[in-house]
Design a protein around this ligand. Sequence first.
Ligand code: SF4
Length: 245
Amino acid sequence: MTDSPEYKPLRPTKGPIGRALAPVAGFGVTLGSMFRPTVTEQYPFEKVPPQQRYHGRHQLNRYPDGLEKCIGCELCAWACPADAIYVEGGDNADLPDGAHMSPGERYGRVYQINYLRCIFCGLCIEACPTRALTMTEDYELAGPTRAGMIYEKPDLLAPLSDGMLAAPHPMAEGTTDTEYYRGEVTAPTAEQVAWVREHRPDDPTLDAAAKVVDGQAPPPTPRRHQLRPPATRSGAARSAAGTGQ
Ligand code: SF4
């Protein structure tokens, strides 16, 4: 084939010096790298945030009044190619005194993600009709036991922001799930605060929610799961030596 008069190599043929140096040419890359600054990341002492669209741990989001966005429809579980998600829905009508965990009829009563199976493809996020399920930038998903890698609903729920009222409580008065989906519910209402005060007077979210209702605090803004704080070098050394946590 190469003897054919029509054959033309794509790259120019090396001369005698080029052919003689070819076996050591690769060392040029090594030598060049030796004088560049190091790029080793000092994890876990310094944590580099990943790109914004990184597929990290999942989060079950809330509406600004604290109700959960998940309606227990199981579409995420059906979309999962690794069979890593397990959902059981519940009826809000079964909760006492008109309480709701989420707007509408249903809520996610059981929600589990098995991170030994999850491949972080994001198909569950695409399937979710309420944007209840999103992925965060938290990549610290390792643990000493297999059972501990199955995250339950409390592990996955978004942290309550200041001013949100912990569920369960009734929906904002005069609204349906449509107003929630449209983003028209932006904070807890006075009736919701009064309901929680009557049924759970010790609820720790009451005071902040009451301040929002009174106009003394701004409406809550959603929060996301974050990377854990960086480890200190002394703490890591103690753990390695088996002398402490
Ligand atoms: S996270 Fe979304 S898709 Fe999954 S059960 Fe809840 S509402 Fe349905």
